[in-house]
Design a binder for this molecule. Structure first.
Ligand SMILES: [Zn+2]
Length: 320
């Protein structure tokens, strides 16, 4: 029998969030609790289990309803082990799935947030009904996921597909992963901010400094200055947009997707960033017919984590 609903757990934010997701993508009975990661993994996992129990009781759903967990990685969805994760300091090789199954008595699936989001887009979002998707999450960093013929492409240990760390330039800036010249080092929130802070040390950056005041020159400020016609800000976004467009062109060559979906906070800069990317894509995707792959924005918004966790649970456990 097809599952009527599943439980989704989002570990991506500053809080733990749990909700019930129906097969049609309705999110209900959302609850949250503070993570308190300083108390260590066991306390956090107990808190997740308690929240699952509360939501299940509120929604009056049985023990047969499974759980999907979306978490920042690196993690191994095959073994259910979270190797470490930046928003849960102190976590090292934590067997999250095993512990959560024991505490809840439920089946549990785990995947990294980018891969979950790709599944969420395919099942509930902008790519609904689409079997071949490349999803990019433009946030502070850049995550993503690839779905080919309805199957998540995540490699031997489920650690792929880290498409934010696609090489853009052999002599580019240093990336958060330690490598040189990744897409993330050009087009992520932190990279745009780093470039803006660099420009701000020159006369060209006066307007950026003015808008930022005492604070950092984050991507939103760069977009504001660009909208005013500020040449330095426009150049910063064009640089990021070119890296994005070149990478998306490569993804089109490699994966032959039906659609590219762009999510994450930096995606809200919209065409100020994506306009350049769109113009750049055809220069890097070599098959003429692939130049028409639609590049669209995510429709899942702030609920991407829950949608992704729910989609993961449906994809894993709904064998009907
Ligand atoms: Zn990198």
């Amino acid at each position: 029998m097809a599952l009527p609903h599943v439980l989704g757990v989002d570990l991506g934010g500053t809080n733990i969030r749990v909700a019930v997701l129906d097969a049609d993508g309705t999110i209900d009975f959302t609850a949250r609790t503070q993570t308190h990661s300083e108390q260590g993994p066991d306390a956090v996992i107990a808190r997740i289990a308690d929240l699952i129990a509360k939501v299940a009781a509120d929604a009056n759903i049985g023990a047969d309803i499974p759980v999907g967990v979306a978490s920042p990685g690196p993690l191994n969805p095959r073994t259910g082990v979270v190797h470490y994760t930046p928003n849960l300091p102190g976590w090292r090789d934590v067997p999250l799935v095993q512990k959560l199954q024991k505490l809840t008595g439920r089946r549990v699936a785990l995947a990294n947030d980018g891969n979950c989001a790709a599944l969420g887009e395919v099942r509930f979002g902008s790519a609904k009904g689409c079997a071949n998707l490349v999803y990019l999450a433009l946030g502070t960093g850049i995550g993503g996921g690839v779905v080919t013929e309805g199957v998540l492409i995540d490699g031997k240990n489920g650690l792929g597909a880290e498409i934010g760390h696609t090489l853009v330039s052999l002599d580019g800036p240093r990336c958060s992963c330690g490598a040189i010249g990744c897409l993330e080092a050009f087009a992520s929130g932190w990279a745009i901010q780093a470039e803006a802070m660099k420009v701000a040390t020159t006369a060209d950056g006066d307007r950026l400094k003015e808008l930022a005041g005492e604070g950092p020159i984050h991507a939103g400020i760069v977009a504001r200055a660009a909208a005013e016609g500020n040449a330095a800000a426009i150049a910063i976004l064009e640089r990021a947009g070119r890296a994005l467009g070149a990478s998306i062109g490569s993804f089109i060559n490699i994966f032959d997707p039906e659609m590219i979906v762009i999510g994450g906070g930096v995606a809200t800069l919209g065409e100020a960033l994506m306009g350049t990317a769109r113009k750049t894509i055809p220069q890097y995707s070599f098959v003429d017919m692939r130049k028409d792959v639609p590049v669209v924005y995510s429709s899942l918004g702030g609920e991407t984590g829950l949608y992704g966790a729910g989609a993961l649970a449906f994809m894993t456990f709904d064998k009907a």
